[in-house]
Design a protein around this ligand. Structure first.
Ligand code: DOR
Length: 445
């Protein structure tokens, strides 16, 4: 029996930090205690001075496989994810072909089974014309339904109001929505194009993909969810105004309308466009410092439930094109956790809150079975973090296939040292283990 003992860790879990040991057997956590005998294990990992967190569950990543694999693939990006402490991901349907049939969904599951370094599930993409297929979907087969209520990479806009209402009425699954009003964006874009042609200065991106576009679309989706009783999760909220649409008056378990914020919207502001240019072009756009502050406030007071990445790699060549051609999105999975640890050191967020938003809440929100917590009987998805290990993000230490990062040049003062996926020490101080032990997510539904 393969047993690993993690000794003397500062265990961050369920709202508290305690010092102790955690014993793993095969895929599971079997014991948590103040002091567990080393004789019980074949391998002891000394965690003195380190934090032990549940593996991060990232509910929004784009790993580009199939069809866009020049940007990234499930193997390359999930490998970067585990080096960043993300042990589970939910991947999005805007691949090529799009994940809009059960057959395509299962094909992706099969690629992940063979190549992923992290636990996986996918979202099924709703479109203007796949309602019948969506109705056939087993709610336990995947994480949920994704709707692009604003176009982005992959042309998956759902703009047929009638279909939209039918989708909202016909599934009990979580509907995750990208909310940006297309008509507003088009109008803004044509105004800026008249003035600048294609070479629109990037600082205008948040004026084109504007606060108004976000608010209009999010509030419409919420109104529709309320009138139909659907379970709606609004992805990557990017404006202070939208945070007013969400409540903290009830616990997450009871919410029918939830929200996610992403790393980049908490880290960057429009002041960064001057230095970073189109590298920080995202949909929705990074907006003002006041928006960023309001997002932090809503995350901390529980109006926003989840903190994720929206990891969306494109090649540097693609990103460096003129404004209208440069795609939106950037790679983040390797750096999202250490970026938040930096914010923790700045006093912005407690470790307990980080763990709630990045580990516990995604598990609750998607009904993920036996993950997201450090509990006996749960899968041993765990991350050890050294809070006193400074390093600088450089090309030489990037693991993304696209080989660039919006964080290049940033010095982080914490590092992920060990990542366990289902009890397998998959990442150990820069080294990846030969074997993989990953699982398709199962759901308590
Ligand atoms: O910036 C973005 N890029 N936002 C999205 O919603 C999609 C993503 C992508 O796939 O490139």
């Amino acid at each position: 029996m393969n047993r690993i003992l993690i000794k003397n860790a500062n265990i961050v879990n369920e709202g508290a930090i305690r010092q102790g040991d955690v014993l793993l057997e095969e895929s599971f956590i079997i014991e948590i205690g103040d002091s567990i005998s080393a004789e019980k294990a074949n391998l002891v990992v000394d965690a003195e001075g380190k934090y032990l967190l549940p593996g991060v569950i990232d509910d929004q990543v784009h790993f580009r496989e199939p069809g866009l694999t020049h940007k990234g693939n499930i193997a390359s990006e999930s490998r970067a994810a585990i080096a960043g402490g993300i042990t589970t991901f939910i991947e999005q349907p805007n691949t090529n072909p799009q994940t809009v049939t059960i057959e395509k969904l299962e094909e992706k599951m099969e690629i992940a089974r063979k190549t992923s370094f992290a636990n996986y599930s996918f979202m099924f993409g709703g479109t203007n014309d796949n309602l019948e297929e969506l109705k056939r979907l087993d709610p336990k087969a995947c994480a949920g339904v994704k709707l692009f209520l604003g176009s982005s990479t992959g042309n998956m806009l759902v703009d047929n109001e009638e279909v939209l209402e039918k989708i909202f009425r016909s599934t009990e699954m979580v509907i995750s929505a990208h909310c940006e009003d297309e008509a507003t964006i088009r109008e803004n874009l044509s105004r800026f194009k008249e003035k600048f042609g294609d070479d629109i200065p990037i600082e205008n991106h948040p004026l084109i993909r504007s606060e108004q576009a976000c608010y209009l679309s999010s509030s419409r989706a919420i109104a529709l969810a309320k009138s139909t009783g659907a379970r709606l999760h609004v992805f990557h909220v990017s404006t202070g105004k939208e945070t007013e649409l969400f409540t903290n008056a009830i616990p997450l378990e009871e919410k029918k309308i939830t929200a996610e914020v992403c790393t980049h919207h908490l880290w960057f502001s429009d002041a960064d466009y001057a230095e970073k240019g189109t590298l920080i072009k995202w949909n929705p756009a990074v907006k003002t410092a006041a928006d960023r502050d309001a997002l932090w406030e809503a995350l901390l007071d529980d109006r926003i439930d989840i903190l994720a990445t929206d990891h969306a790699p494109h090649t540097l060549e693609e990103k460096q094109q003129v404004y209208t051609s440069a795609p939106s999105g950037g790679p983040l999975v390797q750096h999202a956790l250490v970026a938040m640890l930096e914010k923790h050191k700045e006093g912005k967020i407690s470790l307990e809150k980080m763990v709630q938003k990045m580990c516990h809440n995604p598990a609750i929100l998607f009904d993920i079975e036996k993950r997201g917590y450090i509990r006996e009987g749960y899968y041993a998805d765990l991350v050890l973090v050294d809070p006193d290990h400074a390093w600088t993000v450089e090309k030489s230490n990037l693991l993304y296939k696209c080989n660039w990062s919006p964080f290049e040049g940033t010095r982080f003062s914490s590092a992920v040292t060990h990542t366990f996926v289902n009890g397998n020490l998959a990442y150990n101080q820069g080294q990846f283990s030969e074997g993989r032990r990953v699982k398709r997510l199962t759901f308590n539904r």
